[in-house]
Design a protein around this ligand. Structure first.
Ligand code: AMP
Length: 450
């Protein structure tokens, strides 16, 4: 069987590369773009038994589908992998050697600070075109103007339009990969033509969230227009490709536009953010069991992240969403990092962040446990803002001295105990999410049989 790929284990997800009509009765027909899950390997390695999203099972041809993988976090995904920053003319010429007509890169101009230079290999020579930044627009010929470098590169990729050649092949900056290529390779790129935008359902800090329809399914689409922000969101999307749990908002795919836009498509959570849900329904509607169920949902997601060495860093009720059937799922993986990472994080939500994370940037699963305690308090107070009546500047000094919030009105003492354990000042002494999940399950069992 030389040249054969190793068999995919059951549970492997794949994406259809072509349409498959199916000939025999046991075949499972599918269309390009469908997601299928392998159930078992058949005797013939060219065929798998698989299941589609609707739960239908059947036989599929292995070479019609592509395995879906997590995007590796090692290499840096880039929307502009051909951008090399501040390098000299000579360095650019070395990078474009050996000559290959249409090979190009963009660098910052050394002679004209603030401008850029497009360097293109053309019939054995390298041409350097100055890109002028003028009144917020970029131009080479003062005839065509662009909002950003991606739009400019896209334009000259289609047509030479006065340059010595059209842009054919990007010279990639070392250590970067083109985001679009990586999402396609790993099976996460979606087709913009199949996405219909229906209505706006939320405003994030960095762009609109839209309700959409993708191949007949309701989806949520985070639309990131600004190119610098889009670059930051690539990290969030690539983290999401590595995670799968019923209590994490599921990524469905990503669309990277050539001109720099980014769409992150996730499952649609019809009941919106948990904090709004708690505030709008309140005490009269939400039962004790419902609150405990939300607490358990989030805890199970966090137990999964804990087991896989991911640290969320921004756990709060505003970042939990509620599905149509009342399941709470953790979202907003913008700050999520593999546990080994030591990167800086910028602005932190003070009331949710553990003392050691605020003080020494020590983020760990145990700092997520602290935030989880605050989230429990939010749930049992029906969406109140934590530390009521304490001025923000006084929160940290008081917490450092051992101050803990009181139990919310009507909160069962056993649940308040769990909160207080999450707020143990020494991170090592805080319980793990596995232990927390066991405690909450225990509380739930006792309540149900009371
Ligand atoms: P975000 O930028 O992720 O904080 O999202 C802003 C708002 O958009 C949230 O508070 C929700 O109301 C809404 N939203 C975000 N993602 C989804 C989703 N998957 N389903 C439904 N609504 C969402």
């Amino acid at each position: 069987m030389s040249g054969m790929q190793t068999a995919w284990p059951s549970g492997t997800e794949c994406v259809a590369k072509y349409n498959f009509l199916g000939e025999a009765e046991q075949d499972l027909p599918f269309s390009k773009g469908d997601v299928l899950t392998i159930i078992e390997v058949t005797k013939d390695p060219n065929w798998y038994k698989a299941k589609n999203n609707g739960g239908r099972e059947g036989i599929i041809p292995a070479n019609y589908v592509q395995k879906r993988e997590g995007v590796k976090s090692g290499s840096k995904l880039s929307l502009m992998p051909w951008f090399h920053g501040k390098i000299t003319r000579e360095q650019a010429e070395r990078l474009l050697y050996p000559p290959e007509t249409g090979l190009y890169l963009v660098r910052e101009s050394t002679n004209y600070p603030g401008d850029y230079t497009l360097c293109v290999s053309c019939e054995g020579k390298v041409e350097h075109y100055r890109i002028i930044y003028h009144n917020g627009k970029l131009t080479i010929d003062e005839e065509e103007f662009f909002d950003n470098l991606m739009q400019l590169v896209e334009h000259y990729t289609k047509d030479a339009d006065g340059l010595c050649t059209r842009l054919i092949k990007p010279k990639l900056m070392e250590g970067t990969v083109a985001a679009q290529d990586e999402f396609s390779r790993s099976g996460w790129a979606l087709n913009l033509k199949e996405l219909r935008f229906l209505q706006s359902i939320g405003k994030g800090e960095f762009g609109d969230v839209m309700l959409g329809d993708y191949r007949g399914n309701k989806v949520a689409v985070k639309c990131i227009k600004n190119d610098a922000t889009a670059q930051a969101f690539l990290a969030e999307a690539s983290v999401m490709t590595q995670l799968r749990h019923n209590n994490l908002v599921q990524l469905l795919g990503v669309i990277v536009e050539e001109k720099g836009g980014l769409f992150i498509v996730t499952e649609y959570m019809a009941k919106g953010s948990l904090v709004d849900y708690l505030r709008s329904r309140g005490r009269s509607v939400l039962t004790a069991d419902c609150l405990l169920q939300f607490s358990l949902n989030v805890c199970e997601a966090m137990e999964y992240l804990e087991a896989n060495n991911f640290v969320h860093r921004d756990l709060a009720a505003r970042n939990v969403l509620v599905s149509d059937d009342n399941v709470a799922k953790v979202s907003d993986f913008g700050l999520t990092k593999e546990a080994s990472s030591t990167q800086d994080t910028g602005k932190l939500p003070v009331k949710w962040t553990s003392p050691e994370a605020l003080r020494e940037k020590k983020f760990s699963t145990k700092s997520d446990v602290w935030s989880y305690g605050i989230l429990l308090w939010e749930i049992y107070s029906f969406g109140r803002v934590p530390y009521p009546r304490i001025p923000l500047k006084d929160v940290v000094p008081r917490v450092e001295k051992g101050y803990k919030m009181d139990a919310p009105d009507g909160c069962p003492p056993a649940v308040y105990d769990v909160m207080k354990q999450c707020w143990t000042l020494d991170p090592v002494a805080r319980p793990s999410f596995r232990i927390l999940r066991e405690k909450l399950q225990h509380i739930r069992a006792k309540e149900l049989y009371r």
